[in-house]
Design a protein around this ligand. Structure first.
Ligand code: TYD
Length: 131
């Protein structure tokens, strides 16, 4: 199954909510990079695969859809809860779309940015998975 939703630890009291993620405890990798997408113009993002990267995507504000494809199966997720993370293993093709106006998509990643870890063409991804 491509991707897995996990419920993150969420501390809610009268003042509001607080979600936290601890490296190698809540997720099975060390977090080396954090980035977020914001001010999204309802154009598709992603549309590439990573060869060797683990990630967790959290829609900390608003909502969006994430399509994951491991070369065998495709699955579309709706991320609309700040306390739910989508675990993404590799190799995995991903597309993100249907961003709400206030959408902020936070990504925790197992490695530093490396352009050589990207596969930009779906057919190339299919060949990579076959090998
Ligand atoms: P990209 O990964 O293609 O974004 P998305 O999957 O959301 O469409 O990255 C967009 C641009 O940002 C690209 O030029 C690479 C750059 N970038 C970094 O410099 N560091 C990073 O950690 C990331 C994720 C992207």
């Amino acid at each position: 199954m491509p991707g897995k939703l996990i419920n993150l630890r969420n501390v809610i009291d009268l003042r509001g909510g607080l979600v936290f993620v601890e490296s190698q405890k809540d997720i099975n990798f060390e977090i080396k990079r954090v980035y977020y997408l914001y001010d999204l113009k309802n154009k598709k993002r992603g549309q590439h695969a990573h060869k060797d990267l683990k990630q967790i995507m959290i829609c900390v504000s608003g909502a969006c859809n994430v399509l994951l494809d491991d070369g065998i199966e495709r699955k579309e997720y709706l991320l609309d809860e700040p306390s739910v993370g989508l675990l993404i293993d590799s190799p995995m093709w991903r597309e993100m779309y249907n961003f709400s106006d206030n959408c902020v998509l936070l990504v925790l990643a197992s490695n530093y940015y490396d352009s050589s870890d990207y596969i930009h063409y779906y057919e190339e991804f299919k060949d990579f998975v076959k090998k």
